[in-house]
Design a binder for this molecule. Structure first.
Ligand code: GLC
Length: 422
């Protein structure tokens, strides 16, 4: 099996070819700097939360710089929180005063969309189905006003649905082509009925026929969204493979979280990316810019390290997909046509045995430096230069001879050129 080609005639083929995207969570909660759910977690009144609105000044939000960083990190698309659960909009909405445009004169969605396009990236928007600012959104278990008199107020979800439809119309008509829409999220108290999911989805497709929509309206969408865990096999629905995208944070929080130092190692992040591709999925990696809108040094360092790896190894990710060959222990395969990519999670001593590949490989090289890797087919009894009974390998095994020193990259990759037609 091979991955989607980058010039796929399918208008949504870009998504699987891209494999790696940037998620950006930015909003008023970035000033609190203690998780994007801060208003709910601390059951803050609107008035208390307004202290962030009154000081919101994203003077360091530099969309072109962000777009460059994303591209240099090997990301091919980017998704911005146009509205998060707190209801604050980063776009110009005629339906709300609670926007970045009213607060600062800046339409951050426009800046983002334009910058990503200019950098050649696909563009997506995140839109929260929850809205803790809207007067018609029910005060439910997640709402910051739960347990207060507001629970008794009459609230009319039909009016809220109309508001969402209006805002989706704004987002999908005023910013040019939008490639992807990430709705968030459905929970036991609120699902497709409360969201008017079917109608909303038809509206989205009518306004932007080529768009991809996730599955969090509570009805099937174009792709599924495992959150903060790694699927370890291709995902299926009713026996059919589905497109998927694992969404991950750098440190467990989506919004800027100053005192959280639970950062994933860049080598782990690269393994997560490759594991996604090997299982037919994407990885969208999140950054939460600071209250002023900049990437903090920890995020910059992580993206920089990933970028160093993708600069040398992009071929094993972009346009790649799962392989029908079974990878040996401690390794992951991805494949694009006749090129099979072997990712070594652990560095073996000198020899690596690849079952089923004897007679199938024309050439092998380390991907990061294009250095040839020599190989042989074992006869089942003898090890290279050594008659002293090595472990027997089953017929059909190909054995690579590796250098002793592990290449100094986050995840070493061997590119195997297979025999046969493309
Ligand atoms: C969860 C969180 C939300 C975050 C999202 C990203 O649904 O509620 O804060 O934006 O995950 O997938």
């Amino acid at each position: 099996m091979t991955g989607a080609s980058t010039d796929s005639p399918d208008p949504t083929g870009w998504f699987e070819a891209a494999r790696f995207g940037l998620f950006v969570h930015f909003g008023l909660y970035s000033l609190a700097a203690r998780h994007e759910w801060v208003r709910s977690r601390e059951t803050m009144s609107q008035q208390a939360y307004d202290r962030y609105l009154n000081r919101f000044d994203p003077d360091l939000f530099d969309a072109p710089q962000l777009a460059r960083t994303a591209r240099e990190s090997g990301m091919r698309y980017a998704v911005l929180t146009a509205k998060h659960h707190d209801g604050f909009c980063l776009f110009d909405s005629a339906l709300s005063d609670y926007t970045s445009v009213r607060a600062t004169g800046r339409d951050l969605v426009r800046e983002f969309v334009d910058a990503m396009r200019a950098e050649g990236l696909r563009v997506g928007l995140y839109y929260s189905l929850l809205d803790w600012h809207h007067p018609d959104f029910t005060v439910d278990e997640h709402h910051p006003l739960r347990g207060t008199a507001a629970e008794q107020e009459p609230r009319n979800m039909a009016r809220y649905r109309a508001y969402m439809e209006g805002q989706i119309r704004e987002l999908l008509t005023a910013y040019g082509p939008i490639d992807l829409l990430f709705f968030d999220f459905t929970y036991p108290e609120k699902g497709p009925r409360e969201w008017g999911a079917g109608q909303l989805l038809s509206l989205v497709k009518q306004l932007q026929p080529g768009i991809l929509v996730n599955d969090r309206l509570g009805i099937p969408g174009d792709y599924v969204t495992p959150e903060q865990y790694q699927p370890d096999r291709p995902l299926e629905r009713g026996g059919e493979r589905v497109m998927w995208e694992a969404c991950h944070t750098l440190n467990g929080s989506w919004g800027y979280d100053r005192d959280n130092h639970d950062y994933k190692d860049p080598a782990l992040l690269v393994r997560m990316l490759v594991q996604s591709v090997a299982c037919g999925g994407n990885l969208i990696l999140n950054v939460g810019p600071t209250g002023r809108g900049a990437l903090d040094p920890r995020a910059r360092a992580a993206l920089g390290a990933i970028g160093e790896w993708t600069r040398l190894h992009a071929r094993s990710v972009h346009g790649a997909g799962p392989s029908a060959f079974e990878a040996p222990a401690n390794a992951l395969y991805t494949q694009v046509g006749r090129r099979l990519y072997l990712h070594l999670l652990a560095w073996p001593l000198r020899h690596l045995h690849l079952p089923g590949l004897a007679g199938r490989v024309r050439y092998a090289q380390l991907l990061h430096d294009g250095s040839e890797i020599r190989f042989q087919e074992m006869d089942g009894t003898r090890h290279e230069h050594n008659n002293l009974a090595p472990p027997n390998q089953p017929a059909g095994t190909l054995t690579l001879t590796l250098p002793i020193a592990r290449p100094d990259v986050l995840l070493p990759v061997i590119e195997l050129e297979l025999d046969g037609q493309e």
